[in-house]
Design a protein around this ligand. Structure first.
Ligand SMILES: CC(C)(COP(=O)(O)OP(=O)(O)OC[C@H]1O[C@@H](n2cnc3c(N)ncnc32)[C@H](O)[C@@H]1OP(=O)(O)O)[C@@H](O)C(=O)NCCC(=O)NCCS
Ligand SMILES: [Zn+2]
Length: 207
């Protein structure tokens, strides 16, 4: 059995102390990873991406260029986050105290809402993900969307605010189109041979 390859870190990347990066992961130029972050194996962290200190990223994830992953975010295995996507964690942000006398600490408060992106999910280019949301397994967020509500597994959502427009297969193809915001309940066969079983508000799963 061959040895797992060490992570490849571009010389211009700033990787702070106490960061864990798994074997086979590539970190491109100008990336900043804050202390305490955990990144799995065989990932790609694209150029100029920022990863905050308590972020958890699973194995085989792809973050394209200029992604902003703030504190409070967890990505399970196989998640794609396309270029210029921004996560958020503070629903009521302020720079200072109410009297505008003191700058508030940048450290995330313990009660900050957390966001979880389930395995296999994809977030298109230039999206904004609201605080404290779960994005379900194998969902697909269309390019340029603003996500303000949880996204069910296998859902295709898009727009500002992002709305349910269909269901997608594990392979990424659309297998069903929503009618008046609802995907028909039942089995939706994909050209790849898989089936998405849509069960209503709980979203889709393997059929
Ligand atoms: C959402 C997406 C998957 C839809 O693909 P699709 O099912 O083939 O849909 P179509 O291209 O046939 O578009 C259907 C309708 O939705 C609209 N639409 C498509 N994507 C949209 C988006 N992201 N936001 C708003 N509307 C969108 C189209 O204009 C079209 O509208 P119309 O019927 O009024 O003409 C695709 O447009 C997308 O955003 N892919 C992600 C691209 C990306 O960010 N990749 C990142 C890695 S490079
Ligand atoms: Zn498929």
């Amino acid at each position: 059995m061959s040895e797992p390859s060490a992570p490849r870190i571009h010389p211009t990347a700033l990787v702070e102390h106490d960061v864990q990066i798994g074997a086979g992961t590539a970190v491109w130029d100008g990336v900043h990873i804050r202390g305490g972050a955990r990144i799995g194996r065989d990932c790609i962290v694209g150029e100029k991406t920022y990863v905050a200190g308590d972020v958890r990223i699973g194995d085989r994830c792809k973050l394209n260029a200029c992604v902003y992953v703030c504190a409070g975010i967890e990505l399970e295995d196989g998640v794609l986050v396309a270029a210029h996507t921004v996560f958020t964690n503070d629903p009521t942000p302020r720079a200072t105290d109410p009297e505008v006398r003191a700058l508030l600490a940048s450290e995330a408060p313990a009660a900050m809402p957390r966001t979880l992106v389930r395995r296999g999910a994809s977030i298109g280019a230039n999206c904004t993900i609201g605080p404290g949301l779960e994005l379900g397994a194998f969902c697909l967020v269309g390019m340029g969307s603003t996500v303000t509500r949880p996204v069910p597994p296998h859902a295709l959502v898009l727009g500002n605010p992002a709305r349910l427009v269909g269901a997608v297969c594990r392979c990424g193809r659309r297998v069903a189109t929503a009618v008046r915001g609802t995907v028909p309940i039942g089995d939706h066969r994909c050209r790849c041979g898989r089936t998405v079983r849509w069960s209503g508000a709980a979203g889709g799963g393997d059929g």
